[in-house]
Write a protein that binds this ligand. Structure first.
Ligand code: HDD
Length: 712
């Protein structure tokens, strides 16, 4: 963001800009003249009349009543009165960014989709990340699933991949979605709680709905409190089809893997952030893009040949099941880079309309009953949210591919359709627009020619009935600390449930069927008797562990884009700050200097250093690690400063890397802490190297037991 004092407008300049969706294609740019830039422009009404006075309503005398004829005031207030549109029923809080997708190769053996066949092409994308439960103004760091929705503006039309940061879902059939959402949303009588699932109606529903067991354990894991949106995996969840030019179909699961690794907050940190910086995730995304640290994901698929559809001990059409990577590895297809922030939150992030039904030739649906229902729901929701069926004409939703058909009129129509024939076939307008037969390249859309021979029936397939094996697989695949976090999360959430029978049912009928020890630990924390046996017999499965599911195995081994706080007061060792900053820069990480107040600090050798913020202004939860440079006077001041001491204790409690340089060693006594593999004491190059290695580990897990003794 520019902090420069703005110039006074000088001239009446051109008023529009182009919508560059991360693409430098000038032909496309010239089609798009939606962005309004008011620099140098006169203030006018919506009818184009220049306004002479925007300060005073037209009145009968300076102290008299206002006059109804004041069309300027009426237009302004009327428009203001209608500024809000309905927020999304789920995923209301979100943040978006522009970027591009680029294929690694020509994947024509797999699909005829053009954007996956041309490695030279950058396909513009718009991505919206979201939480599910809370309203638009709710906190970013609550325990919740995160939406991960990508709109690809391909040459063959828009493809929307509307996924989440978890690979499975709560329910198997779309008809249950309103029940699930009503249960998780704030309770209807008092609209509490905002942004969380720790309440009776959620646990009532999921404890009665065993198919949710797998997704709920993901939601109780660290995945539900991601460190940043940049550090999340994304999943298409359902099985889809890719179709090649020969009409051969392969089943696929879509995956996004972030290059900065996948990691999470710790629970106390997440809770504090929800208060100290409600916008923590959106701020991080925005600032990373502004700083040129472009978030990047690898896009890949798990491919299942048509003939292997039934070769798993679960049904690949069941959205409560994942396909372990150990059984089907991910084939990388390309990468996505987010390199531009929106110009206008409402016009872009709020008005973007995703729909899983937006697909292009070369991609098709599977018969997953959850996916099938979604194909209806999203378009329907946009009609009420965006006020009619012309939402595809809003700038952020318009395909870059041209679109012509016989659809006409309706609310908010923008396109001026020329010609007289709004029907097909016609002979008046030369028969245009016409159908395009399917073809290997650039053909019309053709659905996969699947043979269906079935009874019309309301029934869940028997192959969808194993609700616990994969929840168990997930739990067993976690590292020790991840398992402890899951136990703590169930205990916390169920501890907030007022009705004891709901707690008991979740422990005895769900958790006991996942893992008896997990059930016993949660039962103990709730003061319930530990269940003695499972109520559902354990099924034999082909895999008992899937290391790919543990975030402990998903770190990149570097500290790129990590953020380090430097705590300093007057008398600080300036050379130590310089050395740290240099080392971090070489690693692609960032540092911010924090003082007791926002005033500059003076170094031991008399230089004045501007600080980025006060320690209260940017609390420890905003950083990955803390560095305290030496300087006797500075350390003396910090030792007597409660905010600084709390800063360090909190970073210690949140298992972050801390370096105490030179005289800062003294702080160990004030804090009553001992050095450990992530609390590094020393002023030499070895200490700096150890500090960087500790940051790369993301957290000092070996400290976790000890850190429990530190007050929150
Ligand atoms: Fe959904 C929004 C993801 C099941 C109905 N959903 C929405 C968004 C995401 C998802 C990321 C926000 C899109 C945005 O940023 O605008 N939803 C999922 C995933 C699901 C899923 C991964 C299961 C695999 N959803 C699902 C079902 C239904 C819906 C089964 C209805 C039957 N979802 C909606 C919706 C929303 C929505 C009500 C609200 C706003 C919107 O669509 O545009 O139609």
């Amino acid at each position: 963001m520019s902090t420069k004092k703005p110039d006074t407008p000088k001239s009446q300049m051109a008023g529009t800009d182009t919508l560059d969706r991360g693409n430098s294609n000038s032909k496309l740019k010239s089609l798009e003249t939606f962005r309004s830039d008011a620099t140098g422009q006169a203030l006018r009404t919506n009818q184009g009349v220049k306004i002479a006075d925007n300060q005073n309503t037209l009145k009968a005398g300076a102290r008299g009543p206002s006059l109804l004829e004041d069309f300027i005031m009426r237009e302004k207030i009327t428009h203001f009165d209608h500024e809000r549109i309905p927020e999304r029923i789920v995923h209301a809080r979100g943040v978006g960014a522009h970027g591009y997708f680029q294929s690694y190769d020509n994947h024509s053996a797999l699909t005829k989709a053009g954007f996956l066949r041309d490695p030279g092409k950058k396909t513009p994308v718009f991505v919206r990340f979201s939480t599910v439960q809370g309203p638009r103004g709710s906190g970013d760091t609550v325990r919740d699933v995160r939406g991960f929705a990508v709109k690809f503006f391909t040459d063959e039309g828009n493809f929307d991949l509307v996924g989440n940061n978890m690979p499975v879902f709560f329910i198997q059939d779309a008809i249950k979605f309103p029940d699930f959402v009503h249960a998780v949303k704030p309770e209807p009588h008092n609209e509490i709680p905002t942004g969380g699932s720790a309440h009776d109606t959620f646990w009532d529903f999921v404890s009665l709905q065993p198919e949710s067991a797998h997704m709920v354990i993901w939601a109780m894991s660290d995945r539900a409190i991601p460190k940043s949106l940049r550090a999340m995996q994304g999943f298409g969840v359902h099985t889809f089809r890719l179709i090649n030019a020969q009409g051969r179909s392969s089943f696929v699961k879509f995956h996004w893997r972030p290059t900065v690794g996948t990691c999470s907050l710790v629970w106390d940190e997440a809770q504090k952030l929800a208060g100290k910086d409600t916008d923590f995730h959106r701020r991080d995304l925005w600032e990373s893009i502004e700083a040129g640290d472009y978030p990047e994901w690898e896009f890949g698929v798990q491919i299942i040949a048509e003939e292997d559809e039934h070769n798993f001990d679960f049904d690949i059409l069941d959205p409560t099941k994942l396909i372990p990577e150990e059984l089907v590895p991910i084939t990388p297809l390309g990468k996505m880079v987010l390199n531009r922030n929106p110009d206008n939150y409402f016009a872009e992030t709020e008005q973007v309309a995703f729909c899983p039904g937006h697909i292009v030739p070369g991609i098709d649906f599977s018969n997953d009953p959850l996916l099938q229902g979604r194909l209806f729901s999203y378009t329907d929701t946009q009609i009420s949210r965006l006020g009619g069926p012309n939402f595809h004409e809003l700038p952020i939703n318009r395909p870059l591919a041209p679109f012509h058909n016989s659809q006409r009129d309706a609310m908010h129509r923008i396109t001026l359709d020329k010609g007289r024939a709004s029907y097909e076939p016609n002979s008046i307008d030369g028969g245009w627009p016409r159908e395009t037969p399917p073809a290997a390249e650039d053909g019309g859309f053709e659905s996969y020619n699947e043979r269906i021979d079935a009874h019309k029936i309301r029934q869940r397939s028997e192959s969808f009935s194993d609700h616990f094996s994969q929840a168990r697989l997930f739990y067993k695949s976690m590292s020790k600390h991840e398992q402890e976090h899951i136990i703590a999360a169930y205990s916390f959430e169920l501890g907030k449930v007022e009705r004891e029978w709901i707690r008991e049912r979740q422990v005895n009928e769900i958790l006991a069927n996942i893992d008896l020890q997990l059930a016993a630990r949660v039962a103990e924390n709730l003061g319930l008797a530990a269940p003695k046996k499972a109520t559902v017999a354990e099924r034999k499965t082909s895999l008992s562990r899937s290391p790919a599911l543990s975030q402990a195995n998903l770190l990149p081994g570097n500290i790129k884009t990590r953020k380090v706080a430097i705590l300093a007061a007057n008398g600080v060792d300036g050379a130590a700050i310089d050395a740290l900053k240099k080392a971090l820069k070489a690693e692609g990480a960032h540092a911010k200097l924090l003082g007791p107040t926002s005033a500059p600090v003076t170094t031991a050798d008399g230089k004045s250093l501007p600080v980025d913020a006060s320690m209260e202004g940017l609390p420890s939860v905003a950083f990955d690690a803390v560095f305290v440079p030496g300087g006797a006077q500075s350390i003396k001041a910090l030792s007597g400063n409660g905010v600084a001491l709390h800063y360090l204790l909190e970073a210690y409690k949140h298992l972050k890397a801390i370096a105490l340089h030179g005289d800062a060693r003294e702080l160990l006594h004030s804090l009553r802490l001992e050095a450990d593999e992530g609390l590094i004491v020393g002023a030499d190059a070895k200490a700096l190297k150890a500090f960087i290695a500790a940051i790369a580990q993301h957290r000092v897990w070996s400290r976790e037991e000890k850190a429990k003794a530190i007050p929150a």
